[in-house]
Design a protein around this ligand. Structure first.
Ligand SMILES: *[C@@H]1O[C@H](CO)[C@@H](O)[C@H](O)[C@H]1NC(C)=O
Length: 263
């Protein structure tokens, strides 16, 4: 009987050891393949938070390659810089995420509600991609975003109101984009003044040729005088041309645009 009890005790201890071992293993395995994980203790509350950086050994082409389901609620920083992502559309909510680095990928456009699963994001870096189109509802839901980097992309045109949902925004970086400086982009200056959002790195005009290189903030088009036919939200726009600029190909500009010779 006593021997039996002893053997049971050993069995129990063994089981306990195995369990501990499993726990240690499970803890080590929280990090998805091809990612680097760092735990950090939260400033508030008992939970640990996770900093995640993926794509070091092999470049990531789709977000689905990363097993996020077990750690989604703990990720506070997510670094996906220097990968081959053409889309970023998380299917699960990343509730703790504050800092997302998507720089140096292959994103071509930002679509409606693209970041809706990231309600606590504070910094978003999408610089050095191939973005030429941004849906007017791309940034809806990013109410806590403070810094947005869109520099070094292919953005020529932004719809008025694109940044309106970003009620906490302090800094916007859109330098090094081929911005068309016409009445359609005037709103950007008005908006940044009205909201005190800082346009950092002195964004410049990419076209028309006569204004190329001119800092956006020096653009002296007057909404009343020069842009009277321009309407809000993708309506007609006036492209400012010097009289000798007769042969300009308007790539991607709809034919309903009015071209008015002003200078
Ligand atoms: C992300 O990783 C890259 C190196 O791959 C680094 O240069 C960059 O600073 C990191 N981003 C953040 C926000 O820490």
């Amino acid at each position: 009987m006593y021997l039996n009890f002893l053997s049971m005790k050993t069995k129990f201890l063994n089981l306990l050891l195995v369990c501990c071992f499993c726990l240690v293993l499970a803890n080590e395995e929280f990090c998805p393949q091809n990612c680097e994980c760092k735990r950090s203790v939260a400033q508030k509350g008992p939970a640990d938070f996770l900093k995640l950086k993926c794509g070091d050994t092999e470049k990531i082409t789709e977000l689905d390659e990363i097993g996020l389901s077990n750690i989604a609620s703990e990720i506070i920083q997510f670094n996906l810089s220097n990968n081959l992502l053409t889309l970023f559309e998380p299917k699960i909510q990343l509730i703790a995420l504050q800092k997302l680095d998507l720089s140096r990928n292959q994103l071509k456009y930002l679509s409606k509600d693209q970041f809706s699963e990231l309600p606590n994001l504070r910094r978003l870096d999408i610089s050095q991609n191939l973005i030429s189109q941004i849906d007017i509802f791309s940034f809806s839901n990013l109410k806590k975003l403070e810094r947005l980097k869109l520099n070094l992309n292919q953005i020529s045109f932004l719809l008025e109101g694109t940044f309106d949902p970003l009620i906490s925004l302090k800094q916007l970086e859109i330098a090094n984009n081929p911005l068309i400086c016409d009445c359609g982009s005037l709103w950007l200056l008005d908006w940044s003044q009205k909201t005190s959002v800082k346009l950092v790195s002195n964004p410049k005009c990419g076209s028309p040729q006569s204004l190329k290189g001119l800092p956006l903030r020096k653009l002296k088009l007057s909404r009343d005088k020069d842009c009277t036919n321009a309407h809000k939200y993708g309506g007609a726009s006036i492209v400012v041309l010097k009289p000798f600029d007769k042969q300009i190909v308007f790539e991607g500009i709809p034919s309903n645009y009015n071209v008015k010779h002003l200078l």
